[in-house]
Design a protein around this ligand. Structure first.
Ligand code: TYD
Length: 237
């Protein structure tokens, strides 16, 4: 499927229009950014590793009966996905406390959160993705109460599939962010699932294997992402 025109360029991915209005090519670039674009880098192989992990995770979710936008991987950095009408809301699940919840609520870093915490953020770079609640979504028309209920249920279903999957591969799924959109009226998982949008810790040593390696200068980011892929059984070129 040929890439015709860039529809949207994000910090690490570009969405390309195709000849079919129902499908988009999502390109995983090598660009990396953190702290709202305050720290950036281009890292060889990052795009291909993330697209391989995304393919693996989206395939596992589909197999578990969760509808995703993922159709197929086209080549190293490009995947074909359904074109969704995205909702401007990010759904975050936390199995352990880390990142913004520690800063916001003063809970202990690494504390187990049972049941997992579910949070909503507004997708808005200018406002730095502020945390929002269901009332904001309904009043401002970002998502209806029914859509929110569906997104929360799906986000927790994803957790039931992915937390054990990562644990079996020796990793704790600390937290992650999902984005949803509508396809023919159905709520479908969109965006990506890669180490860029989640926290993963080694299950024994708690060593970080995700974008915190870049945020906190803990080592070679792509090596960490490759380790995540290899542990999951993803074969990389
Ligand atoms: P969070 O702890 O709220 O923010 P930060 O990573 O800046 O400390 O993030 C929780 C998880 O969700 C984390 O794995 C990163 C991911 N996330 C994104 O990838 N993008 C976002 O815009 C947000 C709000 C979270």
């Amino acid at each position: 499927m040929d890439k015709l025109k860039a529809l949207y360029e994000g910090k690490a991915k570009t969405a390309w229009e195709t000849a079919d209005p129902n499908y988009v090519v999502m390109e995983f670039r090598n660009d990396t950014s953190a702290f709202d674009g305050g720290k950036t880098a281009s890292l060889a192989r990052k795009g291909l590793v993330n697209s391989a992990v995304d393919e693996h995770v989206m395939t596992a979710l589909s197999a578990a009966g969760i509808e995703t936008h993922f159709e197929r991987r086209i080549d190293a950095n490009n995947v074909l996905v359904k074109r969704l009408q995205m909702l401007p809301v990010e759904c975050v699940v936390r199995n352990r406390a880390s990142g913004s919840i520690v800063r916001r609520l003063g809970v202990e870093d690494g504390a187990t959160l049972a049941p997992p915490v579910f949070e909503l953020f507004l997708k808005n770079d200018e406002l730095h993705d502020p945390m929002i609640n269901a009332s904001h979504c309904v009043t401002f028309g970002w998502a209806s109460a029914e859509q929110l209920a569906e997104m929360e249920a799906l986000t927790l279903q994803v957790n039931a599939v992915l937390a054990p999957m990562f644990l079996a591969a020796g990793m704790i799924l600390v937290d992650y962010k999902l984005e949803f959109g509508l396809f023919e009226g159905r709520m479908v998982l969109g965006d990506e699932f890669s180490p860029d949008g989640c926290r993963l810790w080694d299950a024994t040593t708690l060593r970080k294997l995700d974008k915190d390696v870049f945020r906190q200068d803990l080592g070679d980011l792509v090596e960490s992402y490759q380790e995540v892929a290899t542990r999951l059984g993803v074969v990389l070129p």
